[in-house]
Design a protein around this ligand. Structure first.
Ligand code: TA6
Length: 310
């Protein structure tokens, strides 16, 4: 719902309080949902992108998406769409992000978006909901979007955080991908080791979420489903740009659920796309050849016996 222009800066020895010249910069359509959309297009999927865009920035975002063959059906507002800055400093080898909150939407904007969304849900096979929302949207908005999509018989993937995630879970999306901090917030458990993490994810699964994925960054990820608990062990790679890797993983889950893959293959596919995207300097991008290569290197361990369906 909160499209952005992602601006990737390369600096060298940038210092707070000083004038720093950017060595390289790259602009791409961003915001988690649009990174998911871009990765899906590379995989050859048909994608419809919705949410809010505004002003000249919004026009730039949509033009760039259309160049990639992504169907755009955004609700337009007058204010300018936001920018999200991702700075890679060559000297410190540090990556720093500045995420603007974006414009404020009114109740009329939300109602107009919902009318559009209800029609969009009828046209698609699966709904992926990712990232933050503009100011003015209530924290139960994702819960409402999930209810509408499920009411139309569509699978829903939710990748968000805080109250948006917590309230979204009440509508029982098909798949959620909390990180460790989010799963700690949701369950109140410390999740100090993989077994504790699996137990916490299982708790969310038992509340009616068919697939619970916990991203562990460089240590891979965990998936809990009715088929059991699986851990993906990923190869050590020299990442070029990790921004958007979680979004690439969501795109992998969209593809895998649409193909009807079993949990093991679903996690393997999503992990391979995520690792391949970390090797790309561009945000929300991966090379299919690299994904095929990594697919073979990813090990999926089943760490629990058959589980009863919830
Ligand atoms: O996950 C990476 C990223 O999508 C960046 O590309 C940047 O757009 C940011 O997250 C936006 O996050 P948000 O949750 O505000 O959509």
């Amino acid at each position: 719902m909160n499209a952005a222009i992602d601006k990737r800066y390369v600096t060298s020895g940038a210092k707070q309080g000083e004038v720093n010249r950017v060595l390289q910069c790259e602009y791409t359509p961003g915001g988690k949902g649009l990174n998911v959309s871009k990765v899906l297009r590379i995989a050859g999927a048909d994608v419809l992108a919705g949410g809010f865009t505004g002003g000249y920035a919004g026009g730039y975002i949509e033009d760039k998406l259309k160049e990639k063959g992504i169907v755009c059906d955004f609700y337009h507002v007058r204010d300018e769409s936001r920018s999200c800055v991702n700075i890679w400093d060559r000297e410190t080898k540090q990556q720093t992000e500045y995420l603007e909150p974006g414009f404020t939407v009114t109740k009329a904007d939300i109602d107009g978006f919902l009318d559009q969304y209800k029609k969009q849900v009828q046209e698609v096979s699966l709904v992926a909901i990712s990232g933050s929302v503009p100011k003015g949207a209530d924290t139960d908005i994702y819960k409402e979007l999930i209810k509408i999509a499920k009411g139309d018989g569509k699978k829903v993937i939710l990748d968000s955080s805080g109250e948006l995630l917590k309230q979204g879970l009440q509508a029982k999306p098909t798949l959620v991908k909390p990180n460790i901090d989010e799963i700690r917030m949701l369950t109140g458990k410390n999740c100090s080791d993989i077994d504790a993490l699996a137990a916490a994810a299982k708790e969310i699964y038992k509340n009616g979420i068919a697939y619970v994925v916990v991203s562990l960054g460089g240590s891979g990820s965990l998936l809990v489903s009715s088929e059991g608990i699986f851990q993906a062990v990923i190869p050590k790679v020299k990442a070029e740009n990790t921004v958007g890797c979680g979004d690439s993983m969501v795109a992998g889950f969209v593809l895998g659920l649409t193909e009807g893959l079993c949990s093991e293959k679903l996690l393997k596919k999503a992990s391979a796309i995520s690792v391949a995207s970390a090797m790309s300097r561009k945000t929300g991008h991966y090379e299919p050849e690299l994904m095929k290569k990594f697919y073979k290197d990813i090990i999926i361990n089943k760490i629990d016996k058959e589980m009863k369906t919830c």
